[in-house]
Each structure stands twice: as structure tokens, then as C-alpha cells.
Design a protein around this ligand. Structure first.
Ligand code: IMP
Ligand code: MG
Length: 179
């Protein structure tokens, strides 16, 4: 698996430091008496989310959504579909969406619209990675780990055809891997 890596874009140490920073900021921005639901977007966000929530010093609940995304190619279809919905009602609760990466923004835009319709007290967004140059729709990212150039990346939850999610860093693959 590591033989397929061309370049490590963000190291494990850089990720650990950034996740700690984000967790501390989130812990400051919410208070103990706010009901905060951290919503992880499956599957890409799970590694980031599991590290992030352990840096959040607040009582939180976890829930998950799965939406259709890339399949095995590297280009977004633009179509978003809910594959798995939340288990609990979020009305009057504070929602923090945790994503692996915001690329075109179409997925996050869909999620924001969808969750806003459920009348939560607030909705904020947190992503490990942001590719601002690829944005097609305007979305607010409240917490961002790293802004990266327009390169297809894998690792720390992000996949290419379901592989490479367990790499402990963010990497670009060798061109011959994308066949
Ligand atoms: P968006 O709707 O175009 O913003 O895409 C968001 C989703 O596309 C992410 O949750 C990822 O699943 C996937 N994605 C976008 N860029 C990458 C990448 O560089 N590597 C792996 N997955 C990506
Ligand atoms: Mg994803």
C-alpha cells in the first residue's frame, strides 16, 4: 500500500497537532449546557472524527450520515443521495457536521440544507481538508484543518476506490495507481 504513495502531503504529526487545535477551539466555542451532536459523514470522516472528539472537552452525542459520493472515480457526479440517515432528532440541538474534505462543496451544501430543515439550534461545519480552488457552490466551513491544492488525496479516512483509508497521513498516489 505504501509503495503506491508518491508524496506525503500532510504528515501524521501535523495531523495530530491540528486535530488537537481544532478540538480545543470547538471546546471553547460551545458551552457545557448546549446539547451538541457531532455528525460524522461516513465513511471518510471516521478517522478524523474519532481523533477529534477525544480532543473535545464537552458532553457530546455522536451520530452519523452516509451520502453518495465519488464511487471509484476521482470526479464528483454532483448528485447527492442519503444512504444512511441520523438516528436521532436534532431539533433545537446544536449540530456540528464533520467531513473529511470539502471539494466542490456540493455534498456539504446538500447536508447543510437538509439539516437546517430539521430546525436545529445551530449547524456548523468542520472539515479536515479543504480544496477551495475546486468550489462550485458557496458553503461556510467553520473549522478547517488544512487547505490543499487541487490534487486527489488519500489517507486518514480518505479513499481511492475504498482503499488507502488506513494510511496514517494524507498522501498523493503515484499516477499509475489511478487505473
Ligand atoms: P464535494 O461534494 O465535491 O465537496 O466532495 C466531497 C466528497 O468527495 C468528500 O467527502 C470525499 O468523499 C470526496 N473527495 C473529494 N476530494 C477527494 C480527494 O481528494 N480524495 C478522496 N476523496 C475526495
Ligand atoms: Mg466522503
Amino acid at each position: 500500500m505504501e509503495n503506491d504513495v508518491k508524496e506525503i502531503l500532510i504528515s501524521q504529526d501535523e495531523i495530530i497537532a491540528k486535530v488537537k487545535e481544532l478540538g480545543q477551539q470547538i471546546s471553547k466555542d460551545y458551552s457545557e449546557d448546549q446539547e451538541l451532536i457531532v455528525v460524522g459523514i461516513l465513511k471518510g470522516a471516521i478517522i478524523f472524527l474519532s481523533d477529534l472528539v477525544r480532543e473535545i472537552n464537552l458532553p457530546i452525542a455522536l451520530d452519523f450520515m452516509a451520502v453518495s459520493s465519488y464511487g471509484s472515480s476521482t470526479e464528483s457526479s454532483g448528485a447527492v443521495r442519503i444512504l444512511k440517515d441520523l438516528e436521532r432528532d436534532v431539533e433545537n440541538k446544536h449540530v456540528l457536521i464533520v467531513e473529511d474534505i470539502v471539494d466542490t462543496g456540493l455534498t456539504l451544501k446538500y447536508l447543510l440544507d437538509n439539516l437546517h430543515a430539521r430546525k436545529p439550534a445551530s449547524v456548523k461545519t468542520c472539515t479536515l481538508l479543504d480544496k477551495p480552488s475546486r468550489r462550485l457552490v458557496d458553503v461556510t466551513v467553520n473549522y478547517n484543518g488544512f487547505s490543499i491544492p487541487d490534487k486527489f488525496v488519500v489517507g486518514y479516512g480518505l479513499d481511492y476506490g475504498e482503499t488507502y483509508r488506513n494510511l496514517p497521513y494524507i498522501a498523493v498516489l503515484k499516477p499509475e495507481t489511478y487505473q
